[in-house]
Design a binder for this molecule. Structure first.
Ligand code: RIB
Ligand code: NA
Length: 308
């Protein structure tokens, strides 16, 4: 029985390191290129698996060499791949990523095979999904599949939805069915219509999310940590993060969410704030290394107090 079921995306990350972002129409000389394994669904699943969770990933790859390599990689990470479908005649999802010398990133994704993930695929994986302690979803696959997963999972454990990348007018059923809805500050701005959202104005955003039907809400603020508000007392609580030297922030949000799923499933005695505090640490670690999944820590590299 898995601790964590992820219904989400796989993307091949094509990462260009550059001194800065190009201007429109400009050709820049980049510094370095790496191909890596990414996609928010797989990234979050890999994080949880490396921390020690048993995981299952429901996802869709293309039959191209990228898809074949990705399947092998997921197996090496000890992820249950029984519900990964391989699609003919469509490419595996790709992400064009630019990382600047200051550690900032910008990403364009082309979903490809991820668009083929269907409600039917979710139903086929129902047994695995419903026996998991945590269900984790994002917005990189068709939202109908996400909704189906949340419906099927209702009453079985804790569902976490990461509203990334940002989507306008999210189906209110998704917000209502998610036990925890988590977004970063820019995604929160888009969904609430607020400008210049900060820790000090977070309560306003949180109230807006509650009015949209959310239960527990988490907003991440990068180096400043995260705020959360539970459905019970609705007050925004700030959990700061330690400061680290940022080398590459790509995937830090995914490291946070994968860690959160790990802590909720494997350490049910911890408060949500303690889970957030520890997940901030895992995310901070990932920021100090280049790449996406290549920067996610595994249990043996981490201090033992994170697992007590
Ligand atoms: O969150 C980071 C991820 O977003 C990258 O791995 C890329 O694939 C995109 O999905
Ligand atoms: Na990183």
């Amino acid at each position: 029985m898995p601790d964590v079921a992820v219904v989400g995306s796989c993307m091949i990350d094509l990462i260009t390191y550059s001194s800065r972002l190009p201007k429109p129409g400009e050709t820049l000389l980049g510094l370095k290129f790496e191909k890596g394994f990414g996609g928010k669904g797989a990234n979050q699943c890999v994080t949880a698996a490396r921390l020690g969770a048993s995981t299952v990933l429901v996802s869709s790859l293309g039959s191209d060499s990228n898809g074949q390599e990705y399947l092998k990689k997921l197996e090496e990470e000890n992820i249950n791949t029984a519900h990964i479908k391989t699609q003919e005649n469509i490419h595996t999802g790709v992400a064009q990523i630019t990382v600047t010398s200051s550690g900032e990133n910008s990403i364009i994704i082309v979903q490809g095979s991820n668009l083929c993930l269907s409600g039917e695929n979710v139903i086929e994986a129902k047994k695995h999904i419903c026996s998991s302690k945590v269900l984790l979803c994002q917005f990189e696959v068709p939202l109908l599949a996400t909704l189906e997963a949340l419906r099927v999972y209702q009453g079985h454990g804790t569902s976490i939805v990461n509203g990334a990348p940002a989507v306008n007018n999210v189906d209110p059923d998704i917000l209502r069915l998610a036990d925890i809805f988590c977004v970063n500050e820019t995604e929160a701005e888009l969904m609430t219509g607020m400008k210049d959202l900060s820790i000090s104005t977070a309560q306003q955003a949180v109230d807006k999310f509650f009015s949209l039907g959310c239960n527990t809400i988490i907003i991440t603020f990068g180096a400043q940590g995260a705020i959360h508000a539970s459905s019970k007392n609705k007050t925004a609580i700030h959990t700061p993060s330690e400061t680290v030297k940022a080398v590459d922030t790509t995937g830090a949000g995914d490291a946070f969410l994968g860690a959160l799923a790990y802590y909720i499933s494997n350490h049910p005695g911890l408060s949500l704030q303690e889970c957030i505090k520890r997940s901030n640490k895992i995310a901070a670690q990932s920021v100090t290394k280049l790449g996406t999944q290549t920067s996610f820590p595994s249990r043996k590299e981490l201090p033992s107090e994170l697992f007590s």
